[in-house]
Design a protein around this ligand. Structure first.
Ligand SMILES: [Zn+2]
Length: 566
């Protein structure tokens, strides 16, 4: 499935030959797979049609039921849609992993009591003094109380074990035993890009945000064999195939992890198209970035990226970051009180301005495509400043540099983004975290968080994803959220930013293809395109809300091969 030698329009030629000969007589002209009798949302000039045929891993034809049935031969597999939909395969633009792991699983707790009981249970089966760590894939927005557990809460659950509650990618919460274990002084100060949380009386509350996490060195997870690592990866991609994903972009990892994925591919066990961003060393200045560049393979040019669009595994650039997450997005205006600390707290800048500028410059000089995490509007200011400075040395237009997340763009950002030819990689954080975002940033900023309507209206190339495991991996929650602006526990938030179902789907398919220099091969179901497609249990364009939130996927096809079937 990695053959880039396959000629893109061979399937079309075969089809034309079949039509010319008055239909389908022989095996080699017949389709491998046809899906008929439902709505095929092609997202191409063909619009919505009633059938689709696949041959040699590509879309051979789309059209009326009758025209597609003519391509059925003795070996053709026929899928009767009975009103279901066929869509291009979904793509997540920012997925670290599906979550889970060996830590305490908090993804299903719904109250503080449940959370504390779950930690207490793990502590009871762990020798006293040994560290207890949670998995990261949960958020206080899922708890009835909608607040974090702090040090005193955790002390009631596990007084004799150092406990580290990991929450998303930006925050730890420690109990008293853990504060002692890592020798954190009661008067430990904040640091640039890092925040040490306190109760109102000034005691540590256990919270360590962004660079303050550096006060703690977590014990390494138990070692797994290479075989087990690869199996875990294969299982992860299978889980994602079940929800209709055929492409994911991993936003920042190591060359070693990439090697594992490539091994899986070589063994014929990879069921996902993977775009891999390398992670630039964090916060250590430009010398560390230069050293990393030396150790990496050479970067693909845009032409090479286009030419490899049929490959399963590709390197898509380098990931940088400039600010925190939910509780640390860098804002022009201070946070709401009490988080705003009397109008002084604007969030966290996780890298010095000069170091960021120099890193972007060094990556650009070496030919790397840059993608930078920026949540708040002031963070976007900084990223645009850095990209513009790099562009003065050599234009970046056409290189499709990226802003990751882009929660709070401002009107003055859009033209700057367009001038640089940037893409924005958007995710559904608000779906999970709306209550916290309202608390930190107020109704107005929360309601504007990741304004898909505004991005599309401003002609910014946009794609969609989850940021799993910071947010759960389900792509249908993304489509539900952006079409309704519904959230798990705060109702509809920012309804004026809702988009239509076709627009949301386009972002999650064709928009992603553009983000990855693959729009000529993927993201729509026009004849000649790769046959990455799914069948949804209900008609995508017409089922009544909130049908998308729980949509079942009956079939997932990657390059003509079935990788999931209900
Ligand atoms: Zn992320």
């Amino acid at each position: 499935m990695t053959s880039s030698a396959r000629r893109p329009f061979r399937a079309v030629a075969v089809l034309l030959a079949a039509l010319a000969s008055g239909g389908c007589g022989s095996d080699d002209q017949a389709a491998d797979l046809v899906l008929v009798g439902g709505s095929v949302v092609t997202l191409s000039a063909e619009g919505v049609v009633r059938g689709i045929a696949v041959q040699d891993g590509r879309v051979a034809a789309v059209g009326s039921e009758e025209s597609i049935r003519r391509l059925i031969g003795p070996e053709t597999r026929i899928v009767e849609l009975n009103g279901r939909s066929v869509l291009p395969g979904l793509a997540d633009n920012h997925l670290h992993s599906v979550g889970g792991g060996p830590g305490v699983d908090l993804s299903r707790v719904r109250s503080l009591d449940e959370l504390l009981e779950t930690i207490a249970r793990r502590a009871a089966e762990t020798p006293a003094g040994e560290v207890v760590i949670t998995n990261s894939d949960w958020h206080e927005g899922q708890l009835a109380e909608q607040r974090l557990p702090y040090r005193d809460d955790l002390d009631t659950a596990a007084p004799d074990h150092p406990v580290v509650v990991v929450r998303g990618g930006h925050e730890y919460i420690l109990n008293s035993a853990a504060i002692r274990y890592w020798g954190i002084a009661e008067d430990a100060p904040d640091m640039p890009g890092g925040r040490v949380g306190r109760y109102v009386d000034g005691r540590l509350n256990g919270e360590l945000v962004d660079r303050a996490k550096g006060l703690v060195t977590l014990p390494a997870p138990p070692a797994r064999s290479r075989t087990a690592e690869k199996q875990a990866l294969a299982d992860q991609y299978a889980t994602l195939n079940r929800r209709g994903l055929t492409s994911v972009r991993h936003p920042g990892g190591s060359p070693e992890q990439l090697e594992l994925i490539r091994e899986l591919e070589a063994e014929g066990r990879l069921t996902m198209r993977v775009e891999y961003l390398l992670r630039a060393p964090r916060s250590e200045g430009v010398d560390a970035v230069r050293a990393a560049i030396e150790s990496w393979p050479s970067p693909p040019t845009p032409d090479q990226a286009r030419a490899s669009a049929t490959d399963l595994v590709r390197i898509g650039g380098v990931k940088l970051g400039v600010d925190g997450g939910f509780e640390g997005g860098l804002m022009r205006e201070a946070y709401e009180e009490p988080w705003g600390e009397n109008g002084t707290y604007h969030g966290l800048q996780t890298v010095e301005r000069d170091a960021f500028m120099a890193s972007v410059g060094a990556l650009h000089e070496a030919g790397w495509r840059v993608a930078t995490h920026a949540v708040g509007d002031a963070a976007i200011d900084l990223v645009l400043d850095g990209y513009e400075e790099a562009a003065r040395a050599r234009p970046v237009t056409g290189l499709r540099w990226v802003i990751e997340h882009g929660f709070i763009p401002r009107d003055d950002h859009f033209s700057r983004m367009r001038d640089l030819g940037l893409a924005v990689s958007a995710q559904d954080h608000l779906y999970l975290a709306a209550p916290s975002l309202v608390e930190y940033w107020g109704e107005e900023r929360a309601g504007w968080t990741t304004p898909l309507r505004a991005y599309i209206d401003a002609d910014i190339p946009i794609s969609l994803g989850t940021d799993a495991p910071v947010v759960p991996y389900d792509p249908w929650w993304v489509l539900h959220h952006f079409t309704t602006r519904g959230t798990i526990s705060a109702g509809v938030t920012g309804p004026d930013q809702a988009v239509g179902r076709e627009e949301a789907l386009r972002a999650m398919t064709a928009g992603y293809a553009w983000l990855t220099f693959a729009e000529h091969e993927r993201g729509t179901l026009a004849p000649g395109m790769l046959a990455d497609l799914i069948v949804t249990a209900e008609p995508y364009l017409d089922c009544p809300d909130p049908c998308l939130e729980t949509m079942e996927v009956d079939l997932t096809v990657l390059g003509g091969t079935v990788v999931w079937e209900h």
